[in-house]
Design a protein around this ligand. Structure first.
Ligand code: MIG
Length: 788
C-alpha cells in the first residue's frame, strides 16, 4: 500500500512525527563527581564530562541519572581533563583548554564554543528534551552558513543541509535513489562547516535515530527512538582536526594488508572450482592484475557457514594454495544466520552454549535467510564473539586471509527485513532489546571476525569486508556500499556516498564496480573501472542472472581500457598506500571531497562529481554515456593534466576532453606523487619505485615516502621506511634534501626521481652533494636515480 497514492492519504496527516516535545525544563541542582557535572532538571537529568579537552560528552536521560557506560563504538577512555567552573544564579561557565560551555539554568540550555570564541552549538529556541513516546530529542541553532558532512553511507549529494536522515541498518536490494534511507551502515556522526571553521557531533545511540538537517525556524534536530540522548561535540577547528578527534574516540583503521588494496574480482557466484580456475586463468593469460577472488554463497554446503560444498568445491585447500602460488587470495562470504539443523556442529554448539539471540522468555529467535530457518549469534557477548572468531580457523587452515561479511544488518527475509525488535541481546551482562541495539549487530560481528582472523593469522594482517556497521566500523573492516545497480546514476551516486563515508571515519570503502544488479555494459564498465582505480576499495561484483562483467566481457576494446586502468591502480599503489598510512594515523580519508582541502572556497561546499586523492590530486570521472567532455573545477593554484602535462589555472572551471580511454586526473603544481611498476598482483616485488615531482620554475615541494612490509603489524613498532623529501628549485637549480626514518628496508633498493616541468636543470644538489652528472633527460622529464 505504501507504494500507491494511499501513502499520501489526507487521513494520515496526524502521523507526522516530532510534534510532541517536552523540554528538559529548569535547572534544579548540580552535583560533581569523578570530574563529571551532574545536573538535575525539571524533566530530566543531564551529565557533562570531557573526554579530552577538545571533546565534550553530554548525556540526557529524561527519567533517571544518565548511564555513562558508552556503546562499543567508543574505545577511548576519558582523559583526566582540567577544567574551570564558574557558577552564578543564572548559569555556569565550564571551560577546558579547548572548549567553553555556557550553561543557562532557566530553562536549561547548553552553548558550546571553541577557544577562538566561535559558537559551535547553541540552543536559543529549544534544547534537550523528550517525547511522551519515550524518544529523546535535541535541537540546535542552525546558522545560515552551515554545511553538513558525514552521516556515513547516504544517498544524495555531499552537503546534507536540508536532508532528513534515518539510522537503522537496512538491507535495501532496491532501489538506491536520493530518498532511499536508511541503508546498511549507521554512523550517527557529522561535521558542521561554518564560516571556515568546523566542529563535529556524534550521537552515540545504537537504536533508530533521526537527523533533521532542514532549517526548522532556525534549528536542526536529532532524536533517538530509544536509549539516551548521548552525544559528543568535537572542537575542530578544521575538518581534519574533527576527523582526528572523532577517530581518536571511535578508533583508527588498522593498515590493511597490501593485497586488500589491489584489484578484486567477485560475482554472485563463482559456483564451482573449475569456474574459479578458469577465471584466474583468464586474468593471468590476459595479463590483467588481480589480488583477490571472492566466493559468494554457492561455495557453502546448503548455505551453512564454515562449510564447503564438496561437489562444487571438492578440494578447497588445493584451490586456495594454487591461487596463492599465483599471487591471488580467496575471500569467502560469511553471513550471520546459522542454519537450524540439529546435525550441524555450529548450530549444535550455538544452542548448547546459549550463544544465539533469544526472546526474554528463553526461546531462540529464528529468521528466514539463505539457509532457511536460522538462528543468529549474539555478538554483543564476548564469549560468543570469541567462539565465532575461533570458528574462522576453518578458513585460515585452508589458507584464507580475508573474510566478507554480508547480511549483518542483520537482514531477514520478512516484512520488517530484520530481527524482531523484542529479541534480547546480552550486551556483556546488561541485557537490552534488539530495538535498542539493532545498529550494533554488524559492528560486533565485524569485531568477532576481524579479531578471530587476526589471532589465527599469527602476525599477518587480515582483511574484512563488511556490509553493515556502526560508528567505529573502521577498526575492523572495509565497507562496500551494497546492492547498487549498473546505472550511470549509481556510478555518480557512489562519489558523494564514499566521500561522506570517508568523512565518517571509514576511509576504506568503495562501491561494486560495474554495478551489482541490472546488466552492465561496456562503456559503463570502462568508466566505472576508471573511477574504481581511485576508490580506496576496488572490487568488481555483479549479481546472479545479470550480464557478466569481468574485464573481458564486452569485447577487446573495452577489455583493453579496463586492463589499463586496473594496471594504473598498481602504478598508483605506492601513493595510495602512503595515504592509507595517513588515514590510519589521522583518520583523514584517502578519497576526499575538495571541501576538505579547500574549506574556504565556496565552490567546493557541495562539489561531488569530482574528488581528491590525498591533498594534491583531483580525479574527475566521466559519468554519463557517450560523453567525451566534462567540466572540472580546479581550486586556487596551478594544476597539471596528468596525461598531457598541460598546465591549467586554478580558481576556474575548465572544459576537459576525455575520450573513453581517458580518466581526467590533475596534479597540483609544486607537489609530488609516488608510483610503482605494473604488476600481476601486489605479491610481486616493487622494482620501480618513483617519485614524480610536478614543479614550477621556482618554488618548493615536499613528499613523505612511506613503505613497510605490507603484511605484518610491525609497522606499529617502527619497522617502517619513511623519507621526508624536500625540493627547492629556482630556474635551473634544484636542491633535494632527504630525511630518512625507520628501520625497514624496502624491496626496492633505489628509487627514481622524475621531474616534470620543462626546464633544463644545470645543477642538482642532493643533501648538499652535487649530483648533476647522474641526472638525465628522458621523454621531456629529468630522471635522477637515488639510493634509499
Ligand atoms: O540478498 O550473497 O549485497 O553482494 O552477492 C543477497 C549474495 C545477498 C547481498 C550482497 C551481495 C551478495 C548477495 N547478498
Amino acid at each position: 500500500m505504501e507504494d500507491t497514492s494511499f501513502a499520501i492519504h489526507p487521513g494520515k496527516k496526524n502521523e507526522i512525527e516530532g510534534t510532541n516535545y517536552q523540554d528538559v525544563g529548569n535547572f534544579i541542582s548540580l552535583a560533581t563527581e569523578n570530574e563529571r557535572l551532574m545536573f538535575k532538571c525539571e524533566h530530566g537529568f543531564v551529565n557533562v564530562e570531557f573526554n579530552t579537552s577538545s571533546i565534550v560528552r553530554i548525556v540526557m536521560n529524561p527519567k533517571t541519572r544518565p548511564k555513562m557506560k558508552t556503546s562499543p563504538a567508543v574505545v577511548k577512555e576519558r582523559d583526566s581533563v582540567s577544567y574551570r567552573v564558574n557558577e552564578t544564579n543564572e548559569g555556569l561557565t565550564v571551560q577546558s583548554d579547548e572548549l567553553t560551555l555556557q550553561i543557562e539554568k532557566h530553562p536549561f540550555r547548553i552553548k558550546v564554543s571553541n577557544n577562538n570564541g566561535k559558537t559551535l552549538v547553541n540552543e536559543t529556541i529549544k534544547g534537550l528534551g523528550s517525547s511522551a513516546t519515550g524518544e529523546v530529542v535535541c535541537f540546535k541553532d542552525m546558522d545560515k552558513n552551515d554545511h553538513f558532512y558525514g552521516f556515513g553511507e547516504k544517498t544524495g549529494f555531499l552537503d546534507k543541509k536540508g536532508d532528513k536522515l534515518t539510522m537503522w541498518n537496512s538491507d535495501v536490494y532496491a532501489p538506491h535513489n536520493p530518498e532511499t534511507d536508511p541503508l546498511y551502515q549507521s554512523i550517527p556522526f557529522f561535521m558542521t562547516l561554518r564560516d571556515e571553521f568546523a566542529f563535529g557531533t556524534f550521537f552515540d545511540n545504537t537504536g533508530k535515530t533521526f537527523f533533521d538537517m532542514r532549517d526548522q525556524e532556525g534549528t536542526y534536530e536529532f532524536r533517538g527512538e530509544s536509549g539516551q540522548l548521548d552525544y559528543y561535540i568535537f572542537a575542530g577547528p578544521t575538518m581534519k582536526e574533527v576527523l582526528k578527534q572523532y577517530t581518536s574516540l571511535t578508533g583508527k583503521m588498522p593498515l590493511p594488508p597490501k593485497w586488500a588494496l589491489g584489484y578484486h574480482q567477485s560475482r554472485y557466484s563463482y559456483e564451482t572450482e573449475e569456474e574459479v580456475r578458469e577465471l584466474v586463468h583468464n586474468f593471468l593469460e590476459k595479463e590483467i592484475p588481480v589480488d583477490a577472488i571472492y566466493l559468494d554463497i554457492h561455495y557453502m554446503d546448503g548455505y551453512r557457514v564454515f562449510t564447503f560444498d564438496n561437489d562444487r568445491y571438492p578440494n578447497p585447500k588445493k584451490l586456495i594454495q594454487d591461487l596463492r602460488d599465483q599471487g591471488i587470495r580467496v575471500v569467502p562470504i560469511v553471513d550471520p544466520g546459522v542454519k537450524e539443523d540439529p546435525e550441524y556442529d555450529i548450530y549444535k554448539e550455538g544452542v548448547k552454549n546459549d550463544f544465539f539471540c533469544k526472546y526474554i522468555e528463553g526461546n531462540i529467535y529464528f529468521g528466514d535467510v539463505w539457509p532457511g530457518n536460522s538462528a543468529f549469534p549474539d555478538f554483543t557477548n564476548e564469549y560468543v564473539r570469541n567462539w565465532w572468531g575461533e570458528k574462522h580457523r576453518f578458513y585460515s587452515d585452508l589458507g584464507i586471509e580475508g573474510i566478507w561479511n554480508d547480511m549483518n544488518e542483520p537482514a531477514v527475509f520478512n516484512e520488517t527485513k530484520t530481527m524482531d525488535t523484542k529479541v534480547m541481546h546480552d550486551n556483556e551482562g546488561d541485557p537490552k532489546t534488539h530495538r535498542e541495539l539493532h545498529n550494533l549487530y554488524g559492528l560486533m560481528m565485524g569485531e568477532a571476525t576481524y579479531e578471530g582472523m587476526k589471532k589465527q593469522l599469527d602476525g599477518k594482517r587480515t582483511f574484512l569486508l563488511t556490509r553493515a556497521g556502526y560508528a567505529g566500523v573502521q577498526r575492523y573492516g572495509s565497507v562496500w556500499t551494497g546492492d547498487n545497480r549498473s546505472f550511470w546514476e549509481h556510478l555518480h551516486l557512489a562519489l558523494p556516498m564514499c566521500m561522506n563515508l570517508g568523512l565518517s571515519g571509514v576511509a576504506f570503502c568503495g562501491p561494486d564496480v560495474g554495478g551489482f544488479a541490472h546488466d552492465s555494459n561496456g562503456q559503463l564498465l570502462a568508466r566505472w573501472t576508471q573511477f574504481g582505480t581511485f576508490t580506496p576499495y576496488f572490487r568488481n561484483h555483479s549479481a546472479i542472472g545479470t550480464a557478466r562483467q569481468e574485464p573481458w566481457s564486452f569485447g577487446e576494446d573495452i577489455e583493453e581500457i579496463v586492463k589499463n586502468y586496473i594496471q594504473l591502480r598498481y602504478v598508483w599503489m605506492p601513493q595510495l598506500y602512503r595515504l592509507f598510512k595517513e588515514a590510519h594515523e589521522t583518520g583523514v580519508p584517502v578519497m576526499r571531497p575538495l571541501v576538505l582541502e579547500y574549506p574556504e572556497d565556496k565552490k567546493t561546499f557541495n562539489l561531488c562529481d569530482q574528488f581528491m586523492i590525498g591533498e594534491n590530486v583531483i580525479v574527475a570521472p566521466i559519468m554519463t554515456p557517450d560523453t567525451e567532455h566534462r567540466v572540472v573545477y580546479l581550486p586556487e593554484g596551478n594544476w597539471i593534466d596528468y596525461w598531457t602535462e598541460e598546465r591549467l589555472t586554478g580558481g576556474e572551471h575548465h572544459l576537459v576532453h576525455a575520450d573513453i580511454e581517458t580518466l581526467p586526473i590533475f596534479i597540483k603544481e609544486n607537489s609530488a606523487v609516488a608510483h610503482g611498476a605494473i604488476k600481476t598482483s601486489t605479491d610481486q616485488q616493487e622494482e620501480n619505485y618513483q617519485i614524480h615531482l610536478y614543479k614550477a620554475s621556482k618554488g618548493k615541494a615536499t613528499y613523505n615516502v612511506y613503505e613497510d612490509d605490507g603484511k605484518t603489524f610491525e609497522y606499529e613498532t617502527g619497522n617502517v621506511y619513511e623519507n621526508e623529501l624536500t625540493f627547492t628549485y629556482n630556474d635551473n637549480f634544484l636542491e633535494v634534501t632527504t630525511n630518512r626514518k625507520g628501520r625497514y628496508t624496502p624491496d626496492w633498493k633505489a628509487f627514481t626521481l622524475v621531474i616534470h616541468g620543462k626546464d633544463q636543470l644545470e645543477k642538482v644538489l642532493l643533501d648538499g652533494e652535487d649530483i648533476t652528472s647522474i641526472a638525465e633527460e628522458k621523454a621531456g622529464n629529468i630522471i635522477i636515480p637515488l639510493k634509499i
